[in-house]
Design a protein around this ligand. Structure first.
Ligand code: BGC
Length: 481
């Protein structure tokens, strides 16, 4: 007689750890994003020495202008990538688009690492950026759709954690290669996480929600059976069934009356995440810090410190976001950002910045980043992966992400000019006022999504839009915990 073998179904713990593996691997999308954001400022110092930046395609041009193109080329690419990503994610599937994004990013990094001319370097930056554009949409989208509701906030926010880690790693890579000025290594190292992401995703499952939409119900069930308890699968499948339409949505469906409020929320959050100035710190921290009396190397080290604060506070957000909910973190974060920008403006306004005031300025710059990292940073990417109906989720996230990258581009191109016109204090106050407006916007319009399944959120939003919810703000999570 043979003893029955009980290895076919994984036990609960296996299933739990598997979902963490899937999310952590998919979160490497954020690492590509962050590495790309952090690496260029360091590499630029040495690119200047390799190439004659005052000529482009045989014409004499302003070297600063060419530098601007090299830096912003990736953001232009990211706008293009994000614009294409939504439709591609709906057509190809989430997993396949992650694979494509990793290849595009890899190729872009390779082109940059071996670029014989500045023109080819710019092409590499744009290709790399397209990969980042794909990654920034499909990373949170995939994790959100594969996660169980109770831990979805933490799992999607892993993507923001890897964005911030990517920025920090890039700062460290810059530092490590700075003595030899090896900018090709700095940029080329991006190939490594892209290769790991590609290889790892080959073994990861597709989003069960996308599979169901494609009519592949048994495949969807199989994915759920690997990532959920047996008792939860049927309930989740029937919930998904409720929201799946036979045809996938079009761009015009974004403007249906019941979707429109969430389109406004997504666009508002995308714009506010950028126009409140975070990337002026990410890109220009050494320049800002130099004026507070830090020497060159000290300001680079302090920049690493800022990168570390960003990572640590994002860890705090990952741990809190499914307990406190999204709104408390978002509102606290924005209030803190506004306060710190106010203090920064005062510190830069008063004389004596290179003395004790410089320390206050540096401290408030770090706290400003900390407040971004517990609020607007992770909550933006999480909410846009939660608030759109299944049939247009990819498209809507693509549109909103285009606005985010467009805002990023505009802020980084205008920062130095704003400082010329309004001074550093005026510029910080401007971002501070925009943070206050963002706070009011979020208080009034942003829903709470904690603990709800994506399908419940969708159903609640339909109800709210049809006038059956009398709350002051569309509080989607009224029941749990
Ligand atoms: C933003 C990026 C920013 C990063 C900083 C992200 O959420 O979208 O633009 O560079 O946070 O941590």
């Amino acid at each position: 007689m043979t003893t029955p073998i009980t290895q076919s179904a994984p036990d609960d713990d296996d299933r739990n750890s598997f979902i963490y593996v899937v999310a952590a691997l998919a979160a490497l999308n954020g690492l590509l994003f962050g590495f790309d954001t952090g690496v260029i400022s360091g590499a630029m110092l040495y690119i200047r020495k390799t190439f004659e930046l005052a000529t482009l395609f045989g014409h004499s041009v302003n070297a600063a202008y060419v530098e601007g193109i090299i830096v912003s080329g990736a953001m232009v690419g990211a706008v293009i990538g994000a614009a294409l990503a939504g439709r591609l994610a709906d057509r190809l599937g989430r997993r396949r688009l992650i694979l494509v994004g990793a290849v595009v990013f890899f190729v872009g990094s390779l082109i940059m690492a071996i670029a014989p001319t500045v023109e080819i370097l710019i092409v590499g930056r744009i290709v790399d950026g397209i990969g980042v554009g794909f990654a920034s949409v499909v990373g949170p989208l995939y994790i959100s759709e594969i996660s169980p509701p109770k831990i979805r906030g933490s799992l999607v926010s892993l993507n923001q954690l890897t964005i911030t880690s990517g920025i920090l790693i890039a700062y460290l890579v810059n530092y490590a290669f700075s003595s030899g000025g090896e900018w090709r290594w700095m940029l080329g190292l991006g190939m490594l996480p892209a290769a790991v992401l590609f290889a790892g995703m080959l073994f990861m499952p597709e989003s069960p929600r996308w599979l169901y939409e494609q009519g592949r119900v048994s495949d969807a069930r199989e994915v759920l059976s690997k990532t959920r308890l047996e008792s939860q699968i049927d309930a989740e499948l029937s919930e998904i069934k409720e929201t799946v339409r036979t045809e996938s949505g079009t761009f015009r469906d974004l403007f249906q009356p019941w979707v429109r409020p969430m389109l406004v929320v997504g666009i508002g959050l995308a714009a506010f995440q950028q126009v409140t100035g975070i990337n002026t710190v990410m890109y220009y921290a050494p320049t800002i810090l130099e004026s507070t009396g830090f020497a060159d190397t000290a300001s680079i080290l302090a920049t690493v410190g800022i990168g570390a604060v960003n990572v640590v506070m994002t860890v705090v957000a990952v741990l809190l976001i499914d307990r406190t909910g999204r709104r408390p973190l978002l509102l606290t974060g924005l209030a803190g950002m506004a306060g710190m920008l106010g203090v920064l403006g005062v510190a830069f306004y008063l004389p004596g910045l290179s003395g004790g005031l410089g320390l206050i300025a540096t401290g408030s710059l770090m706290l400003y980043v900390a407040f971004f990292a517990i609020g607007l940073g992770p909550v933006f990417w999480l909410l846009i992966s939660e608030i759109y109906p299944m049939e247009i989720r990819g498209t809507a996230m693509g549109v909103v992400t285009v606005i985010n990258w467009g805002g990023n581009l505009i802020v980084s191109l205008t920062f130095l000019r704003l400082v010329d016109v309004f001074g550093q204090s005026g510029t910080f106050w401007l971002y501070g006022v925009l943070s206050v407006i963002a706070l009011v916007f979020c208080y009034q319009l942003v829903p709470e999504t904690k603990g709800r399944s994506l399908e419940e959120i969708e159903a609640d939003l339909r109800e709210t839009a049809f006038g059956r919810d009398t709350d002051d703000h569309p509080d989607v999570a009224k029941t749990d915990d």
